[in-house]
Design a protein around this ligand. Sequence first.
Ligand code: AMP
Ligand code: MN
Ligand code: MN
Length: 346
Amino acid sequence: MTDAATPEARGVPDAEWARAVSALDRAGEVCLACHVRPDGDALGSMLAVAQALTARGVQRVTASFGDEPFGVPATLRFLPGLDVLSPPEAYPERPEVMVTFDVASVDRLGLLAGSALRAAELIVLDHHESNPGFGTVNLINPGAAATAVLAAELIDRLGVPLTAPIAAGLYTGLVTDTGSFRFSVTPQVHELAARLIATGLDPDLYARELLDRAPFGYLRVLSAALGRAVLEPGQAGGYGLVWTTVTRQDRAAAGQLPYEVAESVIDVVRRTDEAEVAVVFKEADDGCWHVSARSKGKVDVARASVRLGGGGHSRAAGFGWCGTVQDALARLRSLLAADTEPDGGR
Ligand code: AMP
Ligand code: MN
Ligand code: MN
């Protein structure tokens, strides 16, 4: 790794942090938003900052995400501080100060994109390389393991001490985006984890809630998806592609399970030794597909995903697709062949 790629070297300038803190200090109301279909990093970071702003004395804190219908994924309902959330219909149209969490581009705000474009001050807190810096203040560090790392820094700079409920959201973000301390692990990640655990939170609870539980029907869904997985050893520049689908039919047959049970299937599929790239097509209730792509490092899946209208990180990315799986696969195969880096990528 070169110096330019270290988290420190790619950090956010002090002046940008100072602008964010002064905008937040001046505001009577602060509006927070994370990306649609939030994961633990997006929602956890937002809830942590919401509680910190309230502790800091901000009079009104609004927090939401732009999904229709609006609902917190079942896997994240154990988080403290969910009462700050309100549906996107109740969100101010022209926020005085708005902060986005884990949002790589405006369209990932869904129904809240318009509010972001009209906000007087827009603070963007994110760790996606592809983020163009769409805020008036950009707190973006692609070297950060999670948006939660940046949220922790913002909370420190606001001078708010870490409490257990604030730490809960940050720890959730850290566990989610590091795959429970497997990816993007640096001394700073463990130092932050140590500070968070020192507030009194129970790490076992987070492991169980975030990684180790599912309804019984999940076993049926997983079985169906794994049973039809396809290995294509010649694809992805000869490094191998493995892919499968999780359909609405799978979820219906397993007891009308919600979409989010499909999310963790990629974590099993990507284990495949014979494939550098793993892809899971997850069918949403509206019949469109959310596609998850993972790479072990030799292929940049973010580049292909961006070309297909999505985004993400070089080793974990995704996109939405309303056509057939076969059409998406044809596009992916040709993009992945072009995005293979013989030096192993980053
Ligand atoms: P997932 O496969 O849903 O866990 O997402 C992996 C990474 O890709 C995350 O950083 C997401 O933010 C990003 N990502 C997933 N789907 C999309 C999308 N439709 N548009 C932009 N980024 C996405
Ligand atoms: Mn995310
Ligand atoms: Mn993230």
